[in-house]
Ligand binder design. Sequence first.
Ligand code: SF4
Length: 233
Amino acid sequence: MLISWINKFSLIDYPWQTSCIVFTPGCNFRCGFCHNSEFVLPEKLKEVNKNLIPEKAIFNFLVKRKWLLNWVSICGWEPTIHKDLPKFCKRVKEMWFLVKLDTNGQSPKIIKYLLDNKLVDYIAMDIKNEIWKFSESAWVELDEKPYLESIKLILNSNIDYEFRTTVIKWIHTKEKIDNISKYIVWAKAYYLQNYRTWKTLDKNFKWESFSDKELEEFKNIWNLYIDKVWIRN
Ligand code: SF4
């Protein structure tokens, strides 16, 4: 699997447990607010792909850190665009690590395969917007069915998971927040992430973060449908 970077140690990615984070290059979305366009845009990816980390080096690293790490977190940009993701997860699982997957939910087939074959222990899925307004956030024409399917698969799975939305002032209104939360009624966990960055894929993207008070108001909406809602500020 193509791997562009590894964060060798984290206590945050899976709270209170140790993990390393493996980053795969490329994404099928083009969110204007994406802060890592060099790992998303094909013309920039050419440079990134000159410095990929060989899988062998990752597995050598994992062998050495087996005593320290509980989780291997696979995130991107978008890991499910890589056909060999299941094979990579299998090897990691065979080393007795727990596997966390971060995804934008674009590929229910892969998510199903990973769940059916017990190749993943935790999934974090982004819900960027109301499903029928996904294109407004992801900036590509999208068919909503795969996302609804991924949500259903994750909700019905027997692993732990989280859904999350990065809230952006000019995209997310209270009404949208209310609509988003209805897709995942009674989900185990939902994270509300405030948008804070200055480096964006679309240079003209004007961003503004929500205030703590506004985030609390959103949280209250989600609390109507979901037990555990957290704010990542
Ligand atoms: S924000 Fe995430 S989903 Fe959107 S383009 Fe960037 S990596 Fe892809």
